[in-house]
Design a protein around this ligand. Sequence first.
Ligand code: NDP
Length: 279
Amino acid sequence: MSAPDRYAVIGHPVSHSRSPFIHERFAKQTSQKLQYTTIDATPARFATVVTEFFAGGGKGLNVTVPHKQAAVALAQDLTPRAARAGAVNTLSLREDGSLVGDNTDGAGLARDLLNNLGITIAGRSVLLLGAGGAARGVVAPLLGLKPRELTIANRTPAKAVELARLFADMGDVRGCGYPGLRNEPKDLVINATAASLKQQLPPLPPGIVDTRSVCYDMAYGREDTVFLRWAQERGCTRTAMGLGMLVEQAAESFFGWRGIRPDTASVLAALKVELARES
Ligand code: NDP
């Protein structure tokens, strides 16, 4: 009997990742024989660990915080969406031994917002917090949904300004630091910072959310994140964690690896049950 194909998610930290749970269920549902694990690698060890994984027979990696931008340099080819984002969340081994880098984050976020949560983006004001690997992957898909305006705010303001400049051809987008944010409510605020992983909150002006705002945190866990609790304290009733995005981007990666599109609704439901059981 042949050994199962090997896949993993690589990040630092990565122990919180639910990707193994999701991919195991996708594999079962589609009768694919594969093994999916987590790999913790510091930035200093990232390139070596990736090289060893594929040299040892690994077929594909999901790349998570903080390696998405570093992963670009390890791929011999990039899909157009990964090249545009300058960030890779999926590495796949090709027959000739080379690696192709893709970015499925934007497709995952768009599907979650539109299909799972029924949120309208067209004509709305959107604020994206963060300018790291995850933020880079979602700017083009967000602008493709035609918001009225997109503001990118980041702790290091220059990164937000640069990110906005890169996508200025796609719509009304500007970048700034947190002090540069106008203290007025946005229709949708998406937290793409890694602050939630450390139970921290970016220094947000209190007036950027009100009762009509939708607040989305790409981070996820058993309980609402600090950012979502902050929004709820300001009267925001429509809040969501990035569980749906996680499942949708995983399905897109799985499709790239195995050529089969798994059903996401049942796996998202199972993941929610699992988190509720643990808490
Ligand atoms: P990166 O390390 O590439 O970027 C981190 C970003 O967060 C940077 O913009 C950084 O700002 C900012 N940041 C970090 N700490 C703080 C803080 N204390 N206060 C304010 N800003 C902070 O990480 P990723 O972009 O890859 O991941 C970001 C988050 O998104 C993570 O929580 C990750 O788990 C989540 N994610 C979820 C996905 C999902 O499917 N649900 C998919 C992808 C990511 P600076 O530039 O100034 O350092």
